[in-house]
Design a protein around this ligand. Structure first.
Ligand code: FE2
Length: 192
């Protein structure tokens, strides 16, 4: 596959979701596509800006790195899906989107350390991966996380992520969100 550009990235993402969206989502009762659309729908219903709707929609895109072709993935991108997703999006999306994607696992670890009620709201699959991901943050990790200028946005995104696992939830299709994605990509390209 030729490398995506700012003009093609939204179509590339749409194509991936069309072909791969039915993949199961890590032991949850929803497909990847349901999960991504539900997260974006929650962001939109809260009146979040385009950038955070985009981040909610794309936070797990790193599970599809293989779709972007070997050449496109810079060497050194590891298998952690949050880092891979951020690296995929970084050429096209502004830092707030990239950081929300990169921090979405860290935000879970942060919330486990700082919000006493948060852990009880996690799905069983999300509890199971928490240990693999390092468990709740230590105090020094909490301080480092809070120094990231986008940590509040990342926490909002994490709450939408956690709430996006309902097999019965209705959402608009991807096409509903594509214009917001295009606006974010176009603004970012114009600002560079
Ligand atoms: Fe997710």
């Amino acid at each position: 596959m030729t490398a995506p550009t700012s003009d093609t990235i939204v179509s590339v993402i749409a194509d991936i979701l069309t072909r791969r969206g039915a993949d199961s989502y890590l032991g949850e009762a929803v497909t990847m596509q349901q999960h991504m659309l539900q997260a974006a729908t929650r962001a939109e219903r809260e009146g979040a800006p385009d950038e955070l709707v985009a981040a909610a929609l794309l936070h797990d895109i790193g599970h599809y790195t293989g779709e972007f072709g070997d050449d496109y993935i810079a060497q050194g991108v590891d298998n952690f899906h949050e880092e891979a997703g951020a690296a995929l999006l970084a050429p096209f999306f502004p830092p707030v989107v990239v950081e929300c994607v990169r921090l979405h696992v860290a935000a879970k670890r942060y919330l486990c350390a700082t919000d006493p009620e948060y852990f009880g709201k996690l799905s069983p699959a999300s509890v199971a991966t928490l240990a693999l991901q390092g468990g709740p943050m230590e105090p020094d990790e909490v301080r480092a996380f809070e120094r990231n200028p986008f940590h509040r946005e990342a926490v909002r995104g994490r709450i939408w992520d956690d709430g996006a696992k309902d097999p019965d939830a209705e959402t608009p299709p991807f096409a509903h969100f594509a214009p917001a994605l295009r606006r974010v990509v176009t603004r970012h390209a114009a600002a560079r």
